[in-house]
Write a protein that binds this ligand. Sequence first.
Ligand code: SF4
Length: 361
Amino acid sequence: MTPAQTQPLESTTTLRHDWTRDEVAALFSKPFNDLLFIAHSVHRQFHDPNAVQISTLLSIKTGACPEDCKYCSQSGHYATGLEKEKLLEIEKVVAEAREAQAKGASRFCMGAAWRSPQAKDMPYVLEMVRQVKELNMETCMTLGMLDAHQARQLAEAGLDYYNHNLDTSPEYYQHIITTRRYQDRLDTLENVRTAGMKVCCGGILGLGEGRQDRIALLQQLANLPQHPESVPINRLIKIPGTPLAEAEPIDSLEFIRSIAVARITMPQSMVRLSAGRESMSDEMQALCFFAGANSIFYGEKLLTAGNPATDRDRLLFERLGLYALQSGTMSEQTQQNTALASSPPLYYDAMAVRHNADLTA
Ligand code: SF4
């Protein structure tokens, strides 16, 4: 056996917040099979490997965003042909949430193309949160930067998650966005945490970054004081009219490696296949699930971009024997598994954990 195969998993199964870039780089550099073996083993220690959490995303205010994110169809800086829309009415948002729930979504994410919410908009978004919560769905919003007061207001309205991505490495960030700083993003994440909400935070691959930037992005995420509960890993959707319209696509195996490293460095988090899934083959998605992805966006539209047709997703779930996680079930499973992960065997079976728990109940 090679050292990589015999290496115990203990070093990867505790929740760490002190990853060095060299350590993350060493994971990326492993032979593909070794990396996937470790990632999948970690995945089984913390999660049911056949359960996938499903979120649906709705754009509640589209276009004319003052930020200049070079990948985004909604930035007012680029001529993408997108029609600007006003904030959606609350009734329409709730109707969409109800429909998403009927199709199996346990979490409803609402996104607005804002630099940050304005005071006049807050009563509406707070009411959206309250009414979607009444459907017994988890709620998530992405509204741009939040100050401490806005974060508290959203938390008090019952918002479960706030999405705010780091996008890329601190070093590469300036090539992608110039209208706000990396530190602004970290400050928003801190405000969200302090207010008591869960964090959804990840990045985008294929922005023209190098592997060192992917390493740095995952290191940043894994070294946050608390790992984000959700880590969306997006694959760039090239939008005509944006500066990244002709970006070199990220290699599929490198994307899967990134999923695996996210899983190893943030074992308890839900790692989400987000934007760009439409361009992935079923086989690539299957490898992503094996490498530790356990959450997807479901629905035919992702804010303004395409997403795989829901029928294709249903079929893929059937072919892979996956099932949709219901709201709230993961936290119990994760808690059990986290408790048991203090002395992990090499081959761990999350299903056996459930079985044992049943026997001792
Ligand atoms: S990613 Fe968000 S903040 Fe950036 S331009 Fe698009 S809508 Fe605005």
